[in-house]
Design a protein around this ligand. Structure first.
Ligand SMILES: [Zn+2]
Length: 577
């Protein structure tokens, strides 16, 4: 980066703040934004999320990758120890953290769903009953989704607010909670896959109209073209770790090859296809091609400002839930995603220019192993018996435990909740001890105690992680953490704990603004939004994450002549060989 480029970058900070002030004044002229004239300010920022990409997969399976994942880990600034700090390591919480730089206690997306006392039922984190989504498939949408429950702005939101030239914001995923939480509150295009309804958009994001690009793309590329596809391993079977037929695996067919569904009869696609397709590498490949087409069609990164693209690849998660982290299926999804991301990066190089975009790669959470496999190894594991939990709590508090499928949160009837609130610390300790004697429950807290900061001073990482996940009015009356390798409900494999298999994920920044290397510093996916924002002079008022200044090619705001000399010790402190 030249000295002029660094001054240009520093100037962007002032311009960004100016834009904030200017946008508050009616009829004021927009702040002028210089044209892109150096690699200091990217023309496009890209966030790639690989759903359920566990940190150790890079070490265990990375030797199988040759394309896009290989390039990012080799050429980027790779934080080997990145991890979430909070307990509820779920998809909605993770994507909201990546998008906003905040933790659930701030952004409010505590989980994929929580119990809504006013409605008397669970609500999905993106559910919006005031609208109906727009379907691009053959069946009309019946439900609505938006970011009404996202309590903080995303990086993309702040780019819209602070940059002189409004960015085009484009996000896509198989899941609504990924596409919406990465975008925030408005976008040119946020789309996700809704089964037989095909790809859908939300009228809350860009208005009630149809997005012409998406209309054309899905018409020209129907997902049903994959209906007779067969998923076979792409490498020789001996290249995969562990066995194909693992104990406790579910999914569609235990072993390779996997046929998505029965062949169509009279042109009618079997409805099961829309479920299995999402659990296959063909969904990721489709998303990668659609992202490249969107970049071309909407000319992302080719205007006067900086555009925003986020893609969340979901197949690793759906496959990981069914086949577990030790499966050939998980390894093969990554081998194929490596190719999909390689193709997408090649398209970005061609369309935007290799030095004209900055990219972050990370994940929303990891995953725990299938409990039966851990039991077979003599390492314990299991599923918490919710009936026993209910029996313990109703014996202590009366009332009832409400019917909710929200993981480690426990919601009580009003009379039981009132009694819980009235317990003094000694009485609560007795209830807590009974709960912690239930098989698979490690720790339990009253949410009111967490929110009141009762555990803030204690040196208690588990309580701190639970506190970072708690949000008033959404969290349960009681929240618990399972023992390692235990799940709070029955499923082949899942996530949602503060253990390293759920919290540790890869984090990579790449582009000319970053110094390649392996960084062993403490880091988190909450650092993605503040770090990319820093490249643009965009500030995030509610971020809990840090700006990764250790990975920037040059310290921001300093001309080259002012840069402090980099000592050899300094380099060793921030990078490992
Ligand atoms: Zn996820």
């Amino acid at each position: 980066m030249t000295a002029a480029a660094v001054r240009f970058l520093a100037g962007r900070v002032t311009l960004g703040l100016l834009a904030l002030v200017v946008s508050a004044l009616p009829a004021a002229p927009q702040a002028a934004t210089p044209a892109v004239d150096s690699p200091a300010r990217p023309a496009l920022v890209v966030i790639l999320v690989v759903d359920q990409f566990r940190g150790d997969y890079v070490d265990k399976y990375g030797h199988q990758w040759r394309h896009g994942l290989r390039r990012l880990f080799d050429e980027g600034a790779y934080y080997t120890e990145a991890a979430y700090r909070y307990a509820s390591t779920t998809t909605c919480a993770g994507h909201a953290t990546i998008g906003t730089g905040a933790t659930p206690q701030t952004h409010g997306m505590i989980s994929n769903a929580w119990f809504d006392r006013a409605l008397g039922r669970d609500v999905a984190c993106t559910e919006d009953p005031s609208i109906t989504n727009v379907s691009y498939g053959t069946t009309p949408a019946r439900t609505g989704d938006s970011s009404i429950r996202l309590a903080t702005p995303t990086l993309a939101d702040e780019m819209r607010a602070q940059l002189g030239v409004a960015p085009q914001v484009v996000t896509m995923s198989i899941k609504a909670r990924a596409a919406l939480s990465l975008a925030g509150h408005r976008s040119a295009l946020s789309t996700w896959f809704d089964g037989p309804r095909g790809f859908v958009t939300s009228p809350a994001m860009g208005g009630p109209g149809r997005v012409p690009f998406l209309e054309r793309y899905v018409a020209a590329h129907p997902v049903e073209a994959d209906v007779e596809a067969v998923w076979e391993r792409s490498l020789p079977p001996t290249s995969y770790l562990y066995e194909d037929l693992g104990v406790g695996e579910t999914g569609f067919g235990a072993a390779f090859p996997h046929r998505l569904t029965a062949p169509p009869v009279d042109g009618q696609v079997d409805p099961s296809f829309y479920g299995t397709w999402q659990m296959s590498p063909f969904a990721d490949a489709y998303l990668g091609r659609m992202a490249a087409a969107a970049v071309a069609d909407l000319k992302l990164g080719q205007g006067q400002g900086t555009d925003f693209l986020a893609v969340s690849f979901s197949a690793l998660d759906t496959v990981g839930h069914a086949y577990g982290p030790r499966s050939h299926e998980v390894q093969d999804i990554l081998v194929r995603l490596d190719e999909t991301i390689g193709t997408l990066l090649a398209e970005l190089d061609r369309q935007v220019g290799r030095d004209r975009y900055a990219i972050a790669l990370t994940s929303d959470h990891g995953v725990g192993p299938i409990p039966q496999q851990m039991q077979a190894l003599g390492l314990g594991g299991g599923v918490v018996d919710r009936k026993t939990v209910s029996t313990v709590l109703t014996a202590a508090l009366g009332g009832s435990v409400l019917d909710s499928n929200t993981g480690s949160e426990i919601y009580l009837s009003r009379d039981a909740a009132a009694k819980l609130a009235a317990l003094d610390q000694h009485e609560w300790d007795a209830v807590r001890t009974s709960l912690e004697q239930v098989d698979g429950i490690a720790r339990a807290w009253r949410t009111t105690d967490l929110l009141a900061g009762r555990y803030e001073a204690a040196s208690d990482p588990m309580a701190h992680a639970a506190r970072l996940s708690a949000y008033g009015g959404r969290s349960g009356d009681i929240t618990f953490i399972t023992d390692p390798y235990w799940f709070p409900y029955r499923i082949a494999a899942t996530h949602g704990t503060p253990y390293s298999y759920d919290q540790h994920v890869p984090l990579v920044f790449a582009g000319p603004q970053f110094r390649r290397g392996r960084y062993t510093a403490t880091a988190s996916p909450a650092d993605v939004a503040p770090t990319l924002g820093r490249l643009l002079g965009v500030i995030l008022p509610a971020a809990d994450g840090a700006t990764r200044v250790d990975a920037l090619s040059r310290p921001p705001g300093l001309a080259a002549a002012d840069e402090p000399p980099q000592t050899q010790e300094g380099r060793q402190a921030s990078t490992s060989p």
